[in-house]
Structures are given as structure tokens and as C-alpha cells.
Design a protein around this ligand. Structure first.
Ligand SMILES: *Cc1c(COP(=O)(O)O)cnc(C)c1O
Length: 362
């Protein structure tokens, strides 16, 4: 058999903190498609190259798997028997899958009633120990940080540095595929681990280290986008009671606050925010014009890129990468609600009725 792709740790082991004897816990994460948009640039009539990094095609349907393969690998290496995270949904699904793969226990704290249906279904199926709390993600995060002093569990939220190391490989993949860094990198920001990780990856690939030469000199401008109801990076201070339909970024107290500001400043980038309506419009635009279905939070990256292209802040001639952090199938409720006006027709099961239904809609 030709050597098959096992996962991102195998591929980037020279740049990750593992050794030859490390048992790698992988479900084939990473190596996600970088898809160039064809129809939307024509629609907006701008000479730009927009690529989307479709992280929804990771094993559990979000980029969290990149970090989780590393976090669980290291937890197991250090003899851990149980991991814990607070989650808006995707971290819990990912932790649950990688923990069961490793043969250890995952405890997940989720906000009761506030996680998307697909994420809950996954976490249940993988068999995690779910603890629903009558509060939001930020409260869960606070509890998780306290509980490690009272129970033998390893935190696998993105405050775990191995999460960031795994997630930085997305930047490596983009440079390896495009041959260089893009001009702009747009992504949604919640807890701010991912913007931290991408910036770390872009910096490492553009810096000589002891045993590895730089791959490129170029680094992108980092653009972080939030939901208007959960936008601490726009208000400049943490907020309580964040609210947005994009539950994956319904976070008011981002844990990687300082790192995200450093990424923005060092790259010459910016933060901006969008109403739920704008985010959902971008989600639908991507699905209905390009055939790419991402979850609401992910669409903040495209909403941001389109606004900044329209205003000229991102000039024509630019090459832009938008990270689509999660799969649209994660949140079927929001998708179906969004399409309430496009109810499918129902007809008799006869040739004549079906023919009429087709000709009526051509
Ligand atoms: C976790 C997540 C985010 C936010 O990433 P952070 O690292 O918390 O900023 C955005 N979109 C989706 C789909 C996510 O699961």
C-alpha cells in the first residue's frame, strides 16, 4: 500500500512538539480543501482572488480537530485519563471524538439549550460525559479553569498551548498550496484561539528556526470578524451576556485576548463586526452561489472580506483566504429557518404534476 495520509501531526511533525515515540491520536484531520470562489467575485464585479479554507471537512466537521489531535495526543503522552472543556459545541464534539479514539474520558460543559443540534448529536454519539450548565460559554470556561485544581482532568480548550500548535498547521497548508502566504487572511473570532494559531503558523513559516529554513518571507494581514452582539474586540473590553445566532462565536470573554491583539497589530490588520442578518446573508450567498455550506459563525469571514473589498480597504488585485471554520450541517435549525421563504413545492406523484412543477420553475 502507498503510504496513506494519516493526519496533520504526521505531515508536520518537524514543526510540532512530539517525538518519534509519541503515540499519535489521529482521525485523519487537516489537509482540507482550499477552494477558489468563482461566482461571487463576478457578482461583486471585483478583481480579487478569494479562496476559502473549508475546515468543515475535518473529521468532526470543524477546525477544532486540528488542535484536538495535538491536545489529546499530548494528554495521553503525559498519562492523562480524562480531559475537560467548556464549549459552544464544536470543541465538545471534537474532544469527545479524539478522547474515545484514545480510550480516555471526555467531560464537556455546554450552555444548556444554546448549542447547535448537529454538535449536540455528535457529542452524544461519541459518548462524552455532557454537563449542561444554566449559563453561557464564558461561565463554563471559568468553571473549567477552576475544576482542574479539584479533579484529575486536562483542559483541552484553546488555552491549552498544544491546541494552538495543532491549529497553526492550517497556515502551513495554505502556504504549501498557494506557494506563498495570501495578502489577507479573514476569519471569525470567538475565543480568539484560531486567529492566534494562524498568526503563529504564518510567523513560523516565515522565520528561520534552528533546523528549518523559512518557507516564505511573506505574512498576510489578519482580519478578525465578530458578531455584533458578541464583539469584545470591537468595544475594546470584555462583555457580559454575548448574544448571536452564530453560537460558535457567542463569547464575551475571549481567552486569547492578548495574542489576538498582537496578531492584529503585528500584521497591520483589523477587527470588525456584523449583525446576525449580515452573517446569515453571507452564509446563504456562499451556499447558493458557490455550493459551499458553512455554519453561521464561519460566514463572518466572508461577510468581512466582502465589506472590506467593497470599501477598497482590501484593494483589487488582492489574494484573500477566508477560513470557513465549521460545516453547515452542524446547525440545520438555523439553515432551515433561513430558507423559510423557499418552501419546496408539494405535488401529486404523477408525471403531469412533476412536469408542470419543473416547467413552472425554469
Ligand atoms: C470555535 C469556532 C470559532 C471561533 O474560533 P476561536 O478560536 O474561538 O476564535 C468560529 N467558528 C466555528 C465554527 C467554531 O467552531
Amino acid at each position: 500500500m502507498r503510504k496513506h495520509y494519516t493526519g496533520l501531526i504526521e505531515r508536520y511533525k518537524d514543526r510540532l512538539p512530539i517525538s518519534e515515540s509519541t503515540r499519535i491520536i489521529s482521525i485523519g484531520e487537516g489537509n482540507t480543501p482550499l477552494i477558489q470562489l468563482e461566482n461571487i467575485p463576478k457578482l461583486i464585479n471585483k478583481d480579487v482572488e478569494i479562496f476559502v479554507k473549508y475546515e468543515g471537512l475535518n473529521p468532526t466537521g470543524s477546525f477544532k480537530d486540528r488542535g484536538m489531535t495535538m491536545a489529546i495526543t499530548k494528554a495521553v503522552e503525559e498519562g492523562g485519563q480524562a480531559v475537560i472543556c467548556a464549549s459552544t459545541g464544536n470543541t465538545s464534539a471534537s474532544a469527545a471524538a479524539y478522547a474515545v479514539r484514545a480510550g480516555i474520558t471526555a467531560f464537556v460543559l455546554i450552555p444548556e439549550g444554546k448549542i447547535a443540534l448537529g454538535k449536540l448529536a455528535q457529542t452524544l454519539m461519541y459518548g462524552a460525559k455532557i454537563i449542561q450548565i444554566k449559563d453561557n460559554f464564558d461561565a463554563g470556561m471559568r468553571l473549567v479553569k477552576e475544576i482542574v485544581d479539584h479533579a484529575p482532568v486536562t483542559i483541552v480548550n484553546s488555552i491549552n498551548p498544544f491546541r494552538i500548535d495543532g491549529q497553526k498547521t492550517a497556515a502551513f497548508e495554505i502556504i504549501d498550496e498557494l506557494g506563498d502566504a495570501p495578502d489577507y487572511h479573514c476569519l471569525p473570532v470567538g475565543n480568539a484561539g484560531n486567529i492566534t494559531a494562524y498568526w503563529k503558523g504564518y510567523k513560523e513559516y516565515s522565520t528561520d528556526s534552528d533546523n528549518l529554513p523559512a518557507v516564505t518571507e511573506k505574512r498576510p494581514v489578519m482580519c478578525g470578524y465578530q458578531a455584533a452582539g458578541a464583539a469584545p474586540f470591537i468595544s475594546g473590553a470584555m462583555i457580559d451576556n454575548p448574544e448571536t445566532v452564530a453560537t460558535a462565536i457567542r463569547i464575551g470573554h475571549p481567552q486569547s485576548w492578548d495574542y489576538a491583539w498582537a496578531a492584529q497589530k503585528e500584521s497591520g490588520g483589523w477587527f470588525d463586526c456584523f449583525t446576525d442578518d449580515k452573517i446569515l446573508a453571507a452564509q446563504k450567498m456562499l451556499a447558493s452561489h458557490e455550493g459551499i455550506f458553512c455554519e453561521p459563525a464561519s460566514a463572518a469571514s466572508l461577510a468581512g472580506a466582502l465589506k472590506d473589498i467593497a470599501s477598497g480597504k482590501i484593494p483589487e488585485g488582492s489574494r484573500i483566504v477566508c477560513t470557513l471554520t465549521g460545516n453547515g450541517l452542524k446547525d440545520p435549525d438555523v439553515a432551515i429557518t433561513q430558507c423559510a421563504d423557499d418552501q419546496p413545492v408539494a405535488v401529486e406523484a404523477t408525471l403531469d404534476s412533476v412536469k408542470r412543477a419543473i416547467l413552472d420553475q425554469m
